[in-house]
Structure formats: structure tokens, C-alpha cells
Design a protein around this ligand. Structure first.
Ligand SMILES: Nc1ncnc2c1ncn2[C@@H]1O[C@H](COP(=O)(O)OP(=O)(O)OP(=O)(O)O)[C@@H](O)[C@H]1O
Ligand SMILES: [Mg+2]
Length: 161
């Protein structure tokens, strides 16, 4: 084949690089719907980091991703445990909330290395707390409040961002 189409990959990545797309402003319902679709399309092993300030909607998005991936159990915020594990038909799902982590070396106590090297879906809120122990290959989802609309959030998605 010749022409521009020949240069394109047959299966472009699910999430394009951050720089190549803008953000999406989403209502709660739209964000849940996006998360469900992302979860349905996700394949283990994958680490997904969810960035955003307090109340940005990180846990809401994680719950939708879990639902889409097939977690039947109720998904609650692992604020005190730091990590919750769920079973799903295709692979286990780990949901981590590192907000209360003081130093990256405390990751050892929750079995971080085993979790990120397992063949699982790993969803991490407050990934900045993990410092340089985040796996190099990961999907970044980032949520931001909109100053003039309390019902919508800006979502950015990128691979290895
Ligand atoms: N468009 C929206 N997307 C996501 N959440 C929204 C939206 N609009 C309103 N909300 C509300 O914002 C809140 C988000 O809470 P959530 O626990 O998901 O945030 P979080 O980022 O996980 O916070 P934390 O940093 O405390 O863990 C919920 O009460 C949700 O109903
Ligand atoms: Mg949360």
C-alpha cells in the first residue's frame, strides 16, 4: 500500500499521547460512561494513574473503570487500607489511594512491587506519592475542576505521560 494510510499503525493505541489531544469536559454521567468504556477496553497487565486534586472525581472514575472491567463487588475508597483488591473475570484489579503515604519507601509495606509486577489492572490515586517507583509504562488519566462549572470536570488521557 502507498500513501499516508500506509504510515498509520493498523491499530492505533487506545489512548493517544497527551500532547496530541485536548481535554474533555464531562458531566458525572459522561465521566462514568467514559470510565466504563475504558474498563471494558482495558487489558491486564496495565497500570493506570489517576491524577487530580481533592474531590476531582478520581474515585468516581476508578469505580466506573472497575465496573467496566467486570468487578461486581462494591468499590470503595481505600483511604485507610491504601489498597483494595477486587476479582474480575479477566484479571484481578488493585485500587490504591496513596494520599496518606508519607514516603515512597512505605510502599514496601503494602506490597507495591508485587502489585505493579502482577498481571493485573492497577489503578492508582495520588500517584505523585509513589515518586520514582511508578512503573515507567502507564496510562495517565487526569481530572481537573472547572472554575465556572461545579458539575463538570476536565479529563485528560495519555499513555506514558
Ligand atoms: N463531572 C463530575 N465528575 C466526577 N465527579 C463529579 C462530577 N460532578 C460532580 N462530581 C462529584 O464530585 C465528587 C468527586 O468525588 P471523588 O471521591 O470521586 O473524588 P476524588 O478525586 O477521589 O477525591 P479524593 O482526592 O478525596 O480521593 C463526587 O461527590 C461526585 O459526585
Ligand atoms: Mg478518591
Amino acid at each position: 500500500m502507498t500513501g499516508p494510510a500506509a504510515d498509520r499503525p493498523a491499530h492505533p493505541p487506545l489512548v493517544p499521547p497527551l500532547a496530541e489531544r485536548g481535554a474533555l469536559a464531562m458531566s458525572l454521567e459522561e465521566l462514568r460512561d467514559w470510565g466504563m468504556k475504558f474498563g471494558r477496553a482495558a487489558h491486564a497487565p496495565v497500570t493506570v494513574v489517576i491524577r487530580g486534586e481533592l474531590g476531582a472525581g478520581k474515585t468516581t472514575l476508578v469505580q466506573a473503570i472497575c465496573r467496566g472491567y467486570g468487578v461486581v463487588e462494591e468499590v470503595t475508597s481505600p483511604t485507610f487500607a491504601l489498597v483494595h483488591e477486587y476479582q474480575a473475570p479477566r484479571a484481578p484489579v488493585y485500587h490504591l489511594d496513596l494520599y496518606r503515604l508519607d514516603r515512597p519507601d512505605q510502599l514496601d509495606a503494602i506490597g507495591w512491587d508485587e502489585i505493579v509486577s502482577s498481571r493485573s489492572v492497577v489503578l492508582v490515586e495520588w500517584p505523585e506519592r509513589a515518586g520514582d517507583r511508578l512503573p515507567r509504562e502507564h496510562v495517565t488519566l487526569s481530572l481537573q475542576h472547572l472554575p465556572d462549572d461545579p458539575h463538570r470536570r476536565l479529563l485528560y488521557a495519555g499513555w506514558n505521560a
